[in-house]
Ligand binder design. Structure first.
Ligand code: HEM
Length: 440
């Protein structure tokens, strides 16, 4: 008798492929239907069971209380061709050492020093804008986050051609990641499909770029994430990180530092256009606090509405909608016994839309954060050993970019434009065409 016999199985599975078809067709519809079936639901990817955790307290157990019983799961295995042994995909003592190495780049004093470059990169983007022009906001925000990572974390201005490589190939990685993590068999990754051939090309171009960034690092530049990595020495042998490890780490930060912020900024401006009251509150705050001058790090605590707005975007449209772990050993979770070596999956997007945690959860309401103290269930940057290293950096970037853009611009959906959310490793708004209106 299988040990997981009692975990309810989600509907919409078909012979042989299980839930793969439903997941690839409309993942959000499937995930959003699962909490009604119970705190734990089983999906079948071919012959492989995957346990979806729907309750915030059980996610907390997986990530924090019982974290040692889990390791990174299939999602991260599928990232290995891109990020290799980088910090996001490792476990145990080496993972801890990799985190410690990068942490100084995200201390408060460093975060404050990132405010000016974030603002200046945002101004460089908006300087080229013209009233009435229609732009692809998703692509513009993607490029912005590339330039920000370049100047803040790598201490250099990325070249246009380098940003073009990230912009062209990173979305291919995320799309593939989604398909590969949910495919019924690993062997399918080796089929010569168009998707897989593009993944191989994305890998080649992106790793080459990360490698070039390491090679071109200016040794006179200190205090950046890049210099922390390049200057690191092993405590016992005195050896630096080898070239491959450096590329793995730089690749990891290129991947984690761009896409989720770009997706969140895109959502934020899309939601502002649909919520005039929220937009008016934001403009009022920015006009009062900044009164026409440029935003600085000292302004961050004076922009509480901007912060609530960002928090609400990350709640309702969390960019990373599926995360995974794998059991190291048999575990008990939510009253069920799971065997060793099975994948456990959870979606922060559906967790954040749980009506037990958030009243009227589908309503976009930044002011819910006025009366609702952030409950323990709200974990936009994860929890435990693998908690986001760049969480505060992301908050700073989202707030500074929002304030800088909104001080002078309002974005409106372009006439006849059709935005869709595409199945990708992230909840990915695609084709967001918006018209630029100058304010004031
Ligand atoms: C809105 C933006 C962001 C969101 C919502 C976000 C969210 C997350 C989450 C939920 C995790 C945990 C994944 C897990 O437990 O499996 C994570 C990990 C990570 N994030 Fe972020 N992140 C964001 C931006 C950033 C930025 C800007 C950086 C770097 C500059 C970054 C670097 C990382 C790294 C390196 C990890 C892996 C940490 C580890 O495994 O020890 N993230 N992020």
């Amino acid at each position: 008798m299988p040990v997981d016999r009692a975990v309810p199985v989600a509907p919409r599975h078909v012979p042989v492929l299980g839930h793969t078809v439903a997941l690839l067709r409309d993942p959000m519809a499937l995930f959003e239907a699962l909490p009604a079936l119970g705190p734990m639901v089983r999906l079948q990817l071919g012959r492989r069971p995957v346990y979806v955790v729907n309750s915030p307290s059980l996610v907390h157990r997986v990530l924090v209380t019982d974290a040692d019983a889990y390791r990174q799961g299939r999602l991260y295995e599928k990232l290995v061709p891109i990020t290799g042994n980088g910090v996001a995909g490792t476990d145990g003592p080496s993972h801890l050492a990799q985190r410690r190495l990068a942490m100084p780049a995200f201390h408060q004093a460093r975060l404050n020093s990132y405010v000016d470059p974030i603002r200046e990169q945002t101004l460089a983007m908006t300087r080229a804008w013209k009233a009435g022009q229609v732009i692809r906001v998703d692509r513009a925000m993607y490029r912005l986050t590339c330039f920000v990572v370049g100047s803040c974390l790598f201490g250099r201005d990325l070249e246009e051609r380098q940003v073009a490589v990230i912009d062209r190939w990173m979305p291919v990685v995320f799309q593939n990641l989604f398909v590969r993590s949910l495919s019924p068999a690993d062997a399918l990754d080796r089929l010569p499909t168009v998707l897989h051939r593009r993944f191989a090309r994305a890998r080649k171009h992106l790793r080459q770029l990360a490698d070039d960034l390491v090679q071109d690092h200016d040794p006179a530049c200190h205090g950046t994430l890049m210099s922390l990595l390049v200057d690191a020495r092993d405590g016992e042998t005195g050896r630096p990180l080898d070239a491959r490890q450096l590329t793995d780490e730089v690749m990891t930060f290129l991947l984690t530092g761009t896409e989720p912020v770009a997706v969140s900024l895109t959502r934020l401006f899309y939601e502002l256009a649909r919520n005039p009251a929220a937009e008016a509150s934001l403009h009022r705050e920015i006009d009062t606090v900044l009164a026409g001058r440029r935003v600085t790090s000292a302004d961050l605590p004076r922009l509480p509405y901007t912060k609530r707005l960002v928090a609400e975007v990350l709640r309702l449209y969390h960019p990373i909608y599926l995360l995974m772990r794998r059991t190291r050993q048999p575990v008990e979770l939510g009253g069920y016994r799971l065997p060793a070596d099975v994948d456990v999956l959870f979606s922060l997007t559906t967790i954040n839309r749980n009506p037990d945690s958030f009243a009227d959860p589908h309503r976009f309401d930044p002011d819910r954060w006025l009366t609702t103290p952030a409950p323990a269930v709200y974990m936009p940057f994860g929890e435990g050993h693998h908690k986001c290293l760049g969480g505060q950096f992301a908050m700073t970037e989202l707030m500074i970019a929002t304030a800088t853009i909104s001080a002078h611009w309002r974005l409106r959906p372009a006439h006849g434009s059709r935005t869709r959310t595409i199945p990708s490793g992230e909840l990915h708004p695609d084709g967001v065409a918006m018209a630029l209106e100058q304010r004031g």
